[in-house]
Write a protein that binds this ligand. Structure first.
Ligand SMILES: [Zn+2]
Length: 81
């Protein structure tokens, strides 16, 4: 499993823990350059506006997995209300 797939799996796992139900994580780097090798992806929750993003080569002050779906609970999930 390459790094992008591993980050995708980890992001889904963490978002699920927060009660979010994510749409499939889509590549976002391919809009600019198909073969840049700098894989990035993003997905939104089905039930609230929270999103998650992943990046295999984050900036020096960035993160590889981030977004509100990782850092906040889903308001529609009864487990946290
Ligand atoms: Zn949510």
């Amino acid at each position: 499993m390459d790094l992008y797939e591993r980050l995708k799996r980890e992001a889904r796992f963490m978002a699920r823990f927060r009660g979010h139900r994510l749409f499939p994580i889509r590549r976002t780097d391919t809009f600019i350059n198909k073969n840049s090798g700098h894989a990035r992806g993003a997905a939104k929750c089905r039930n609230c506006p929270a999103w998650v993003q992943i990046d295999i080569q984050p900036e020096a002050n960035g993160v590889d997995i981030g977004g509100p779906a990782i850092s906040t609970h889903c308001p529609t999930d009864s487990k946290w209300c």
